[in-house]
Design a binder for this molecule. Structure first.
Ligand SMILES: C[S@@+](CC[C@H](N)C(=O)[O-])C[C@H]1O[C@@H](n2cnc3c(N)ncnc32)[C@H](O)[C@@H]1O
Length: 277
């Protein structure tokens, strides 16, 4: 048998079916080089249904489409990787530049609104909550809205409970001790930080015009999965949710697509900030 794979290749028609299904459901483009990714991520669903291969899973979905299994396939194929204080320079830019400005501008209302637009399991939203507590905004009216396509990751975000390996990523020890308590083998975020954030499912391709206005929108490490048309459409919608002067922060590999009429691109420290016009 040598080095030959034991797993049957996904046939071209089935491969196309999976690509189209995922694109239709969530907008993610998976190119023709993802055999291994499909195989490894769909294996648990194949097993759960007592099937023999991804080809059989496709036949199963063709025979009688089951939306719950369809959703499971999509969720298995989305990347949910996240961690606390990811891109620390973003939080530093918020701390040194955005928060002092808002503190001054909002001294009457003491109100601020933030959005983590691809929140995954909540680390982005809660990092911001802890930053705001550290910076003395405890008594302010803070709303951190976290959304994601996947209800599965948001269920975890709502528990605000993380495994050791997750708190080891990005969270300084002093902050861990200050804001978390041990809950069995896991760590639970304290109530003060938790109640600043709320989570709801939302597909970024849907209209967002009623969600804002926000002072800051994180939309990080999700645009890379979309095609150009989807990206442009989402950027326009994101703009509509921001206060004029509000900040949009994208992931390291993402850009605002030359939408210069909507956003002014500035640099804070070494961070690119898209400021809503
Ligand atoms: C890699 S995570 C990024 C998490 C976080 N923003 C960060 O940078 O650490 C990408 C998230 O985007 C979500 N996602 C993918 N497509 C989406 C869509 N069409 N609408 C909303 N969320 C989507 C996925 O479910 C996943 O949780």
């Amino acid at each position: 048998m040598g080095s030959q794979s034991l797993v049957a290749d996904i046939g071209p028609e089935n491969y196309r079916f999976l690509q189209e299904h995922i694109y239709a459901q969530v907008g993610i483009v998976l190119d023709d080089t993802k055999q291994y990714l499909f195989q490894s991520r769909l294996a648990p669903i194949v097993k759960q249904l007592s099937l023999g291969s991804v080809n059989e899973l496709c036949a199963f979905l063709h025979a009688k489409y089951d939306p719950a299994i369809g959703q499971q396939v999509v969720e298995a194929m989305t990347t949910n990787e996240t961690y606390f204080f990811r891109d620390p320079a973003h939080y530093e830019a918020i701390r040194t530049t955005l928060l002092p400005r808002l503190k001054e501008e909002r001294r009457e209302t003491r109100k601020m609104r933030f959005w983590s637009a691809a929140a995954s399991t909540g680390q982005e939203a809660y990092s911001l909550a802890m930053l705001l507590l550290e910076e003395g905004f405890k008594d302010w009216n803070i709303d951190i809205f976290g959304t994601d396509f996947s209800s599965k990751v948001l269920e975890r975000a709502r528990t605000a409970t993380y495994q050791q390996i997750e708190v080891n990523r990005g969270l300084p020890a002093a902050i861990l001790i200050k804001y978390f308590r041990r809950a069995g083998l896991e760590w639970q975020l304290n109530e003060a930080a938790r109640r600043m954030a709320r989570f709801e499912t939302l597909d970024l391709r849907k209209s967002m015009r009623t969600l804002g206005p926000f002072d800051l929108v994180f939309c990080r490490n999700v645009m890379i999965y979309f095609d150009n048309e989807t990206k442009r459409k989402i950027m326009k919608e994101l703009h509509s949710t921001l206060f004029r002067g509000g900040w949009l922060l994208l992931g390291g590999a993402e850009t605002a697509f030359g939408l210069d009429d909507l956003f002014e691109r500035t640099t804070v420290g070494n961070v690119t900030v898209y400021v809503a016009r």
